[in-house]
Design a binder for this molecule. Structure first.
Ligand code: KG4
Ligand code: ZN
Length: 342
C-alpha cells in the first residue's frame, strides 16, 4: 500500500510554503517570500506579511500540486504550522488549511513550526535514529530540542531568553552599517577578521547563570557589548576593524551554541545532532559544529539551506510523521498560537 500523501502549509513569518510529502519522500516544495517587501523597512512588517500570504497561498498550492504531478483529489491529509509565529500570518495559513480539510473531507494536523525545522531532515538524510538533539536557529528562534520521537515526544531543553541568533546577527549588522538582513553580511565580513581580536561575552555560560540555564541562550548582552565596543572606539577617536568585530562576535555566538549543544548531547547520551533554521547557514557555526562534534563522536546532520529556511517541506514532513505515528488529527476549529511552546 502506498503511504498517505500529505500537503503541508507554512505561513508563520514571511515565507508562504507549500509542499507535498509521501512517507519520507518529498514530491514538491514551493516557496513564495515577501522578504523583498520588508527589506526596505529594515524588518518584517506583520501586516505586509499577512497580505502577502493571502495573495500567495492559492497560487503556491497550485504550483506545488503541479510540480508533484498530483491533484487535490490525491491528497490524504493536510498539515499546517499553527505556531509559533506572527498571528496574522498564521491565521492566513491555517484558514487555508482548514478550508482544504473541510472541503475535501481530509484530516487536519496543526503542527509546531520549530519542530518542523528538525523534522525536515528526515526527507534529506533518511529515517531518524531513536533519539537525537536538534538545534533550531534562525531569525525567530534558537531552541535546543531533545527528540525522543519526532511525532510524539519532543522536549525543549532550552531556548533563547532574548534575541534569536539570527536576530542578534541582524542587529550587529545594523551596528556595522550593513544592509538588512545583516546575518549573511556579518558572516562574510567575519571571514576577513580575527575571531580572537576581541573577547566578547558568552551569555549564560558561567557559574550560577549556567547552573540555572544550562541549555538556554542569551544574545542581547553580547549585542550590547558589541555596541559599547564600537561606541568606545569611536568616542576615543581610535581606529577599529569591522572585520575583527564581525569575526569575534561570530565566534562568541557559535561557541556558545556548540558548547551548550554538545554538553546536552553528553548529558542525554545522544550521538546525533540535527541543525536547522536559516541561521544554520552561518559558516562559523558549521565549522565549529563539524570540528567539535567529530571530536565528541557526534554525527551532525544539516539539511541543504533551502530546507533550513522556512518552507512547506518541514511542515509536510512533520505532518507525515504524525500520520505514520497514528496521532489524532486536530479539530477544524484549530486555534493559532503565536508563542506556541512544546
Ligand atoms: O530561518 P530564516 O530564513 O527565517 C526565520 O527567521 O525564521 O532565518 C533567517 C535569519 C536571519 O536573521 C538572517 O540574518 C540569518 O538567519 N542568517 C544568517 C546567515 N544566513 C542567514 N546569520 C548569520 N550567518 C549567515 N550566513
Ligand atoms: Zn523558522
Amino acid at each position: 500500500m502506498t503511504e498517505p500523501l500529505v500537503l503541508g502549509i507554512e505561513s508563520t513569518c514571511d515565507e508562504t510554503g507549500v509542499a507535498l510529502v509521501r512517507g519520507r519522500t518529498l514530491l514538491a516544495d514551493v516557496t513564495a517570500s515577501s522578504m523583498d517587501e520588508h527589506a526596505r523597512y529594515g524588518g518584517i512588517v506583520p501586516e505586509v506579511a499577512s497580505r502577502a500570504h493571502l495573495e500567495a497561498l492559492r497560487p503556491t498550492i497550485t504550483q506545488a500540486l503541479a510540480a508533484a504531478e498530483v491533484t487535490l483529489a490525491d491528497v490524504d491529509a493536510i498539515a499546517v504550522a499553527s505556531g509559533p509565529g506572527l498571528v496574522g500570518s498564521l491565521t492566513v495559513g491555517t484558514a487555508g488549511a482548514k478550508a482544504l480539510a473541510l472541503g475535501l473531507g481530509l484530516p487536519l494536523y496543526g503542527v509546531n513550526h520549530v519542530v518542523g525545522h528538525a523534522a525536515v531532515d528526515e526527507l534529506v538524510h533518511g529515517a531518524f535514529p531513536e533519539r537525537f538533539l536538534a538545534l533550531v536557529v534562525s531569525g525567530g528562534h534558537s531552541s535546543l530540542l531533545l527528540v525522543n520521537d519526532i511525532a510524539t515526544d519532543v522536549v525543549e531543553l532550552g531556548q533563547t531568553l532574548d534575541d534569536a541568533a539570527g536576530e542578534a546577527f541582524d542587529k550587529v549588522g545594523r551596528l556595522l552599517g550593513l544592509p538588512y538582513p545583516g546575518g549573511p553580511h556579518v558572516d562574510r565580513l567575519a571571514k576577513e577578521g580575527d575571531p580572537r581580536a576581541i573577547a566578547f561575552p558568552r551569555g549564560l555560560s558561567k557559574g550560577r547563570e549556567l547552573a540555572r540555564h544550562p541549555y538556554d541562550f542569551s544574545f542581547s548582552g553580547l549585542k550590547t557589548a558589541v555596541a559599547r565596543y564600537i561606541e568606545g572606539r569611536t568616542d576615543a577617536g581610535e581606529e577599529w576593524s569591522k572585520a575583527d568585530v564581525a569575526a569575534s562576535f561570530s565566534e562568541a555566538v557559535a561557541d556558545v551554541l556548540v558548547t551548550k549543544t554538545l554538553r546536552a548531547c553528553a548529558e542525554h547520551d545522544v550521538s546525533t545532532l540535527v541543525i536547522g533554521g536559516g541561521f544554520s547557514a552561518n559558516s562559523r557555526l558549521r565549522e565549529l559544529a563539524a570540528q567539535r562534534c567529530e571530536e565528541a563522536g557526534v554525527e551532525v546532520r544539516i539539511p541543504p539551506i533551502r530546507y533550513c529556511t522556512d518552507n512547506g517541506a518541514m511542515i509536510a514532513a512533520l505532518g507525515s510523521a504524525l500520520v505514520r505515528a497514528g496521532v489524532a488529527p486536530s479539530p477544524l476549529d484549530l486555534a493559532v498560537d503565536s508563542s506556541m511552546s512544546l
